[in-house]
Design a protein around this ligand. Structure first.
Ligand code: ADA
Length: 562
């Protein structure tokens, strides 16, 4: 399963999830591997870092134009169709596609060369305090499209005096060789839970040059709308149809929610009402399947977070699988989604590939995830070099890119450059990571007040503030009546001491515990190579989702946060 709802009634598509042929590049050994999946799941490849090639066949019933879509390949892919290169892509965490016109009926081969190696070529996937797996790690689908087709639909809800309206932006592409005139029609139908009367979209017409794209934008009000809120996450299917010469030749269905997000007087507002995010940081990582997490285990994660009283999740430190975002939309979970970057100092940020790899990640994240009502804030550059002038230029450029693409959500970035950060004036929301009681043996409240005073003096005055990370480590199953560090008791104590302070601070707009589950880290290089078990052990559940004592501590606070 790639999405929780069908995205087409006209366009034919087929998921290519299943068993693919795979050959390791280092030793030529052949395997049959599941897609989606991580090659580290196979006992021969537990720590394999390198390259390999996946192969599968597709059968096409009629001459057509094909669109291949990959939701995630870790971390670099080169895609070939019948041996001819169709596209390439860097970054495990964003979707990409290839359009192949003029495909004849019959059987064809799709080949995907995959690389998860580190080096100068990779500015974002580097040895880090999480693991870069290898493989086709998210869903794959093949679609038969017309040469003139719907590339993307973005929906921006607005509310004035209680009347809901929306801007619908439709991108039409032309993979053919002749100019085409087209018509757009559509409707906004029934909520996820039930059915309201259909709101018909106002029709639009346009032309698109061969090899080009045309963007049409419509704005209209809608009747009988139920807003999307955490308590009642009403969703609507937005169906767009494309006609040429009077014939409907393509369509695209998106699922949207009517909600607005804004910042005002130091708070974050959803539909004009203040929200407080009680959240977890969650890596896409699981002891059973690495980063290729299936729906069942995504559901379990959200059930456990909800059981602890959480209402938010931060996709640390990269864009997440859309299937997970679909679940958050349906459950009313608030999402902080961020581009791919963790702890990159200035030397890493000056890698010649850094700017373009970040720019592509942000563009693909927003282009593909724009319509998810659960995403209420865009984050960038977790703990990167925001204390330097050169770093500031890059932060500013990335916030500007987000501003050009999406004015409907606030921005933030989690800093650890305490007292030295020179970028707090740039985002809409200021966020900081603080490990009082774990990395710093300090009095929590005193250190928190110092941080809040500094933020107000260093460009953050009047802005909402989020504690984006706090927590402590514990080895699952290690109990100690002395409550020593690494025991479950001490982890629960430190989390309690932090939550006691944050719960009393009405200035805050959210707290995100580090972290939901233990996750695998990279052994090569860096301070994290000393991590016990080659895992980041700060989860309140371990990598198999077995709860530690802190589970109940978090629940005690999150369930009773007024
Ligand atoms: C940082 C970082 C996290 C994780 C954490 C830790 O705040 O943002 O990714 O590495 O520290 O566990 O030390």
């Amino acid at each position: 399963m790639i999405r929780l709802f069908d995205q087409h009634e006209i366009r034919k598509e087929k998921e290519l999830n299943g068993m693919w042929d795979f050959v390791r590049e280092d030793n030529g050994k052949a395997y049959r591997l599941p897609v989606p999946g991580c090659w580290e799941q196979h006992p021969d490849m537990l720590t394999y870092r390198g390259q390999g090639t996946y192969r599968t066949k597709v059968k096409v019933e009629r001459d057509t134009c094909l669109r291949l879509e990959f939701k995630g390949v870790s971390h670099t892919a080169r895609v070939f169709f019948d041996g001819k290169e169709a596209t390439e892509h860097y970054n495990a965490y964003t979707p990409f596609s290839a359009v192949i016109p003029g495909v004849k009926a019959g059987e064809h081969e799709i080949t995907v060369w995959v690389d998860n190696s580190f080096g100068e070529h990779s500015a974002l996937h580097i040895p880090n305090d999480y693991y870069t797996y290898g493989g086709i790690t998210r869903g794959v689908r093949v679609q038969e499209i017309s040469e003139v087709y719907v590339e993307r639909v973005h929906f921006t809800p607005e509310c004035r005096d209680g009347i809901w309206s929306g801007k619908t932006e439709v991108v039409i592409r032309n993979a053919g060789s002749t100019k085409a005139s087209f018509r757009i029609s559509g409707a906004l139908g029934g909520t996820f839970a039930g059915t309201h009367g259909e709101n018909t979209l106002e029709e639009m017409t346009g032309e698109v040059e061969p090899g080009g794209e045309t963007i049409l934008t419509g704005q209209q009000s809608f009747d009988g709308i139920t807003p999307w809120t955490p308590g009642e996450p009403a969703l609507y299917l937005l169906k767009v149809r494309l006609s040429v010469d009077g014939e409907v030749i393509d369509d695209l269905i998106e699922r949207v929610g009517f909600r607005t997000v804004s910042v005002q007087n130091g708070h974050i507002l959803l539909n004009g009402s203040r929200i407080f995010m009680k959240g977890f940081n969650r890596h896409e990582d699981h002891g059973m399947c690495g980063c290729a997490i299936p729906l069942q285990l995504m559901v379990q994660d959200l059930d456990l977070m909800r059981d602890m009283g959480a209402n938010a999740v931060r996709t640390c430190h990269y864009p997440n699988d859309e299937l997970f975002l679909d679940l958050c939309d349906e459950r009313g979970v608030l999402v902080w989604e961020e581009n791919h970057a963790r702890g990159l100092d200035l030397e890493h940020m000056m890698n010649p590939n850094f700017d373009i790899q970040c720019e592509n990640c942000i563009r693909e994240m927003i282009e593909n995830h724009y319509n998810h009502p659960s995403i209420v804030i865009w984050g960038i550059l977790n703990e990167c070099a925001s204390e330097t002038e050169e770093g500031r230029k890059k932060y500013a450029a990335q916030y500007a890119q987000i501003g050009r693409m999406d004015q409907s959500r606030p921005t933030t970035s989690a800093t650890c450059r305490h007292f030295t950060d020179i970028c707090l004036d740039l985002p809409d929301v200021v966020s900081f990571n603080m490990y009082s009681g774990w990395y710093q043996d300090v009095e929590v409240k005193e250190r928190h007040e110092q941080e809040m005073d500094w933020i107000a003096s260093a460009g953050g005055a009047g802005k909402p503030v989020i504690v984006s990370e706090f927590g402590a480590a514990a080895m699952y199953g290690y109990r100690d009546r002395g409550r020593c560090k690494w025991s479950e008791e001490r982890q629960a104590d430190i989390i309690r001491e932090n939550l006691e302070v944050y719960q009393k601070d009405s200035r805050l707009s959210g707290v995100f515990l580090w972290q939901f589950a233990d996750c695998r880290v990279t052994e090569e290089g860096g301070w994290f190579s000393t991590r016990a078990r080659s895992h980041n052990n700060k989860g309140v559940v371990d990598e198999y989702r077995r709860p530690k004592l802190a589970y109940d501590t978090v629940r005690e606070f999150y369930e009773n946060w007024d």
